[in-house]
Design a protein around this ligand. Structure first.
Ligand code: UDP
Ligand code: MG
Length: 314
């Protein structure tokens, strides 16, 4: 039985040698045929050169290189598309996903009760406080307003059986949010907790702002709740205006028509204008996503690989 390990790499030249040193003994211990499928996501450092060298030294190592940076989601998709194994694992190259866990994951899958073993961090130690705060609120909100449940601290690090990989590959959406996709396809998942580890080398590619946008995208990809915000505001405002109308009519009947100031009128106009723009903005975000989906652009373009049968564009 073949095990494929997909590893997205974007400027990981410093981490790759360490990564290889750690993962090779693990694969040896698992004692199954395997392939390490490195995806060079348009790196502009020595990553590709190192991958080429490594694949010459070890025939279990394959690489595919994107024509430019397409992002981690695309890299994972390209790797899974081209993985041939019965079991497919996905993990980072920076050693934040300890390779040693692969053995445990493999053992659990072999027992047969689960289709997927996923890793989650048991804590957020060593993470900036603000980032933890936002991350936690994100998971709370996501789990409240979307049908897909996402574990707090869940990583993309996991090993899956072929059926689950095929299910994931059958999802063709352009806007991909893996955490949601993994949960959407279902299957029995075993959660493996482990202590948070810091990156071995280099620095994270995620700025706070990028992470925030990623979270927002994820929310929108797996929930239509924000769209209904407009309707709720609408109903609420209609109720208020009805009450206000009653108030004005009664006051007119009882006290005649004393002229009130214009300030309140302006406030109301500005308030309602703001609400309308806010709701339009939400709708606009969804339309932008529909726009990208309808273009049907490929998720990735592979410019180079050491295996001829790679699916190069998808
Ligand atoms: N990565 C990628 N393309 C990108 C950004 C990141 O393939 O555009 C890879 C990166 O090389 C690493 C993994 O995705 O193997 C996770 O990236 P990073 O460590 O920066 O994220 P974090 O661990 O901080 O969430
Ligand atoms: Mg990392």
């Amino acid at each position: 039985m073949l095990i494929s390990v997909v590893i997205p790499c974007f400027n990981e030249a410093e981490s790759l040698p360490l990564f290889i040193q750690r993962i090779l003994p693990v694969m040896k211990k698992i004692d199954c045929p395997y392939e390490l499928l490195f995806v060079d996501d348009g790196s502009n450092d020595e990553t590709l050169a190192i991958l080429k060298q490594m694949s010459r030294d070890n025939q279990n190592i394959f690489y595919l290189s994107f024509s430019r940076n397409f992002g981690k989601e695309a890299a994972m998709l390209a790797g899974m598309t081209n993985a041939k194994g019965e079991y497919v694992a996905v993990m980072d190259a920076d050693l934040q996903d300890p390779p040693e866990l692969l053995e445990e994951m493999f053992g659990i899958l072999e027992k047969g009760n689960y289709d997927c073993v996923a890793a989650k961090r048991s804590n957020r130690k060593k993470e900036p406080v603000i980032r933890s705060l936002f991350a936690k609120s994100f998971y709370k909100m996501m789990n409240r307003i979307s049908d897909e449940k996402i574990e707090d601290g869940a990583r993309d690090f996991r090993m899956m059986k072929r059926e689950m990989v095929d299910a994931i590959l059958s999802m063709q959406e352009y806007n991909r949010f893996s955490k949601g996709i993994f949960s959407w396809v279902g299957f029995e998942t075993f959660w493996l907790s482990y202590e948070n580890v810091e990156r071995a080398n280099g620095k994270t590619k995620w700025s706070f702002w990028k992470l925030f946008q990623y979270g927002m995208d994820g929310l929108m990809n797996f929930s239509q709740t924000p769209l209904s915000v407009a309707s709720w505001f609408g109903i609420f405002m209609t109720g208020i205006s009805f009450l206000a109308l009653m108030f004005i009519i009664i006051r007119k009947l009882l006290f005649g028509d004393p002229v009130a100031g214009w300030a309140s009128t302006v406030c109301i106009i500005v308030f309602i204008g703001g609400l309308q723009l806010f709701c339009l903005g939400i709708i606009g975000q969804y339309i932008a996503k529909i726009y990208m989906e309808t273009k049907k652009r490929p998720h990735f373009i592979i410019s180079e690989s050491n295996r001829d049968d790679m699916i190069k564009i998808k």
